[in-house]
Design a protein. Structure first.
Length: 286
């Protein structure tokens, strides 16, 4: 099976990695050549770590990497049977990309979006084939996280949902069906994990690291909310917060926090830029 992946950032690179390890040929594209090269090298590093840990045989890893092709022009995806978009969380950008994909992709291809929070129906509306557009929401880091939410838009063909569930299983994931509601299942719950933590921080009585320690130490969570926001990317988390807030017609329960906005404005985006709430000296420039 040939899978096209649009966007070679945090998620696109992870999705491409699980797809090549799942035996698929992957055509990886990014709008920026540097991002494409970086995504490719992250995949190679991550696959070689998997070999070192004994999760993947060396020859299987080599074969998998030979199935990864970087492409400069989106139209080079025209023979892909399944396309997964992992570009930034911006509705108009995703609509533009889907209109473009619709222009050349095989009529039988499935067009999937990895959006965390945008309406699948609204993205599908930019195409002439809303029945073949579906949400396929992976979690970060993709190689480690089993869950994939498969989201039907208003006009998605039920057969397309079934095929997407099968592709997710082929990539070693555990898919669940979700409705096209803001934040689907996990991100709707996760809004409160980050937004309440930001509100507590904003009240000024405790520090972010105290909050993380309490949540992990006593609450037994694997990561605290601030560590998780740094991992996700403060910009991505802010974009998701804004879109869920909009989608719930400004329900105050989902109101984004000014701390997120200030961090985005000042370029403190988390691990990918070397600094968010915490510092990551090994990744000074992202
Ligand atoms: P990212 O910023 O790491 O990567 C996005 C990539 O898309 C960048 O490399 C950028 O150069 C590229 N890009 C921008 N415009 C493009 C275009 N027109 N065509 C092709 N590539 C383009 O972002 P990410 O964290 O990988 O998020 C991507 C999507 O996945 C978003 O919709 C996000 O909400 C979703 N998502 C993110 C996470 C997370 O934890 N980061 C988890 C689940 C889903």
């Amino acid at each position: 099976m040939t899978i096209g992946v649009v966007g070679a950032g945090t998620m696109g690179a992870g999705i491409a990695q699980v797809a090549i390890l799942g035996g698929c040929r992957v055509l990886l594209h990014d709008a920026l050549d540097a991002a494409l090269a970086k995504g490719r090298s992250r995949i190679a590093q991550s696959v070689s770590r998997a070999v070192e840990r004994g999760h993947v045989q060396a020859d299987a890893a080599e074969e998998a990497l030979s199935r990864l092709e970087s492409i400069t022009h989106l139209t080079e995806m025209r023979d892909a049977e399944f396309i997964i978009e992992a570009a930034p969380e911006d509705l108009s950008l995703k609509q533009r990309l889907f209109a473009e994909l619709d222009g050349f992709a095989d009529p039988g291809a499935i067009l999937a979006t990895n959006t965390s929070s945008l309406s699948i129906t609204a993205i599908a509306g930019a195409t002439t084939r809303p029945d073949r557009v579906v949400g396929m929401h992976f979690f970060n880091p993709v190689p480690a996280m089993a869950l994939v939410e498969v989201v039907a838009g208003q006009r998605t063909d039920p057969g397309v949902v079934d095929e997407t569930m099968a592709v997710a299983r082929r990539l070693g994931k555990t898919p669940v069906r979700a409705k096209d509601t803001p934040g689907f299942i996990v991100n709707r719950i996760a809004r409160h994990f980050s937004l309440e933590a930001l509100r507590i921080l904003g009240e000024g009585r405790v520090t972010y690291d105290q909050i993380d320690r309490v949540v992990k130490g006593a609450g037994r969570f694997r990561m605290g909310p601030f560590e998780l926001m740094d991992l996700i990317g403060i910009d991505v988390n802010f974009a998701v917060s804004r879109s869920v807030y909009e989608a719930f017609f400004h329900d105050p329960r989902f109101r984004p926090h000014p701390i997120q906005q200030r961090m985005v404005e000042s370029g403190l985006l988390g691990r990918k830029t070397g600094r968010g709430f915490y510092e990551y000296p090994d990744n000074p420039k992202g």
